[in-house]
Design a protein around this ligand. Structure first.
Ligand code: KG4
Ligand code: ZN
Length: 332
């Protein structure tokens, strides 16, 4: 079954064609980074307008690259939330229109679930249960995935998301937007042990906090104006990674998980990937790190999640709306 996935929840306009949540026939991502960079973050109104302009050519390209005619798509899936409401509406409306025109099912997809399914795209036989560390620009969550569609939330951030911390620190250091890749790159030439930034809430089982760390970075740079920016970037990144990996390992051990999965944009971080891999090896569990392009927002993960949703729940009603605050459906 070939599914066209559409993703417009934030600042990437993306479309992909995936067969049976396994084979990615095409995955096109048109980033709006250049449009938002001068504002230092995503401007919702600019994002919505850009999606309107970009979506049709992006979908067309995804179909052409997949070698498909329109009528060979078996379903259309789109992210319905969480995200920016105006941005979401563009993708949701387009997906519904295409499903009507092609007379194929429309499938609503939760963006967070799509991030989880990025792992299954590249490793469909991943053995469950797994602990998923979902770290993006808007979320930081530790999730126990017991089965498909069965998620337990172990903990999340009480303030900033990990990606948000990367973006805010990068902006403060003058590294531009988006901050994660910039810090990742600069940190390679810095000393991660140069500055002992705080590791927050280590004793709290699974909750995270990153806003104090951001303040600690600002205070350190104010007090030491000549400090090496590379050392600040590397030490900040190490502090984030230490906390994320420690709590993920704790969750894996406590719940007897068979695997450790990284998901979301921050899962593209070199240091986090290395540390997660080492941790999984040391603990004897299966590490699963989707390729970097599957960690950041894309539509292949949306098409994959749509396939699983379709198997479990069937098509979504056409009156399903965009929900900017949509949450992961959890088991009790
Ligand atoms: O999943 P994503 O593409 O969009 C959301 O759903 O939020 O995640 C974007 C976030 C941004 O905060 C970005 O700075 C961060 O992921 N990010 C990274 C890296 N690449 C993207 N953070 C650290 N290191 C990276 N290499
Ligand atoms: Zn995302």
């Amino acid at each position: 079954m070939r599914i066209l996935g559409i993703e417009t929840s934030c600042d990437e306009t993306a479309a992909a064609v995936v067969t049976d949540a396994r084979d990615v026939l095409s995955s096109v991502v048109s980033s709006q980074v250049d449009l938002h960079a001068r504002y230092g973050g995503v401007v919702p109104e600019i994002a919505s307008r850009a999606h309107v302009e970009l979506l049709t050519p992006v979908v067309a390209q995804a179909l052409v690259e997949a070698g498909l005619d329109d009528d060979h798509v078996d379903a259309v899936g789109a992210t319905v939330g969480p995200g920016l409401v105006g941005a979401l509406l563009v993708g949701v409306s387009a997906a519904k229109a295409l499903s009507l025109v092609w007379d194929v099912p429309f499938v609503a997809v939760n963006h967070l679930e799509a991030h989880l399914y990025a792992a299954f795209l590249e490793e469909p036989e991943l053995e469950l249960p797994v602990v998923v560390l979902l770290v993006s620009g808007g979320h930081t969550m530790l999730v126990l995935m017991e089965d498909h569609g069965r998620y337990r939330l172990l903990g999340s951030t009480i303030d900033d998301a990990a990606g948000e911390a990367f973006d805010k620190v990068a902006r403060y250091l003058g590294l531009g937007y988006p901050g994660g890749p910039a810090i990742d790159h600069l940190a390679m030439s810095g000393d991660p042990e140069a500055i002992a930034f705080p590791r927050a809430m280590l004793d709290d089982e699974y909750r995270f906090s990153f806003s104090g760390l951001k303040t600690a970075v600002v205070n350190h740079v104010r007090r030491n104006p000549d400090v090496s920016t590379a050392d600040v970037a590397a030490s900040f990144q190490q502090a984030v990674v230490d906390v994320l990996v420690l709590k993920t390992r704790r969750a894996v051990a406590e719940h007897g998980a068979k695997g450790l999965v990284l998901a979301g944009g921050v899962a593209a971080n070199s240091q986090l990937r290395e540390a997660a891999l080492d941790a999984a090896m040391a603990d004897g569990v299966h590490p699963f790190l989707p390729s970097r392009s599957m960690c950041t927002d894309n539509a292949a993960m949306v098409a994959a999640a749509a396939w699983w949703n379709l198997q479990r729940y069937g098509p979504s009603p056409l009156d399903t709306g965009a929900d900017p605050n949509l949450r992961l459906t959890l088991v009790d």
